[in-house]
Ligand binder design. Sequence first.
Ligand code: AP5
Length: 213
Amino acid sequence: MNAVILLGPPGAGKGTVSEVLVDQGFKHISTGQLLREQIALGTPQGIEARKRIDHGNFVPDEVVIGMIQDLLEKAPEGQKFLFDGFPRTMAQAEKLDDLLEQVKGNLGRVVLLDCPDEVLVERITGRRSCDKCGSVYHMKFNPPSQGEQCDEEGCQLTQRPDDTEETVRKRIGVYEERTSPLIDFYEEKKLVEHIDASQSIDEVRAAVVQQLG
Ligand code: AP5
């Protein structure tokens, strides 16, 4: 089993890049998406997660580690995992190392999407998504063809509750404090590939595919 980590602040484009890597055989694991599924189902885990996510705070380490452990233990041999938004704390990074060792997996690369804060804020506040098919748009950079309607489903697009300017600035601060130390952790292991994520969607996707190809 092989794993690649997509590391970067909110709005850097982790989800957008993941779409093309899925076409290359990666299984995309977004802990944010897994948590939103629990919220939509109204599970006790989802109810607890929502209180934190809506205010821009992290969900406790043991919750996300539990979700990842379950996935890794059930993974078929030869599976290629793309982690989007995991790990986000040193405790999660260290636990991932342990889990990979247990399942004889290998962390091949950490792709770091670098992007200035003001670009992140514009991307996040302009993001809209389709609740039916999960398509993600941006009202300026990747707009739907008609108003705020999904091109696939024709339904009204929605904005994530944690995508307000105030909450995204909080999320960027939490990233700086709790996630950016992971850059040095993985630099020491010589795993980090820096990508200029302020480029266009097509340019960023092409740069990542080239790094992982
Ligand atoms: P999560 O959903 O992972 O949020 P995030 O990391 O803050 O990242 P985003 O999904 O907001 O942004 P992205 O980088 O994927 O950007 P996207 O491609 O969509 O997590 C949500 C919350 O869950 C967290 O805040 C936390 O509370 C909790 N959580 C999750 N994982 C956790 C963990 N491991 N531990 C603890 N808590 C956890 O792009 C954004 C917009 O920009 C889109 O509209 C897109 O169309 C546009 N865009 C993308 N790329 C470009 C480009 N190159 N040019 C122009 N526009 C672009």
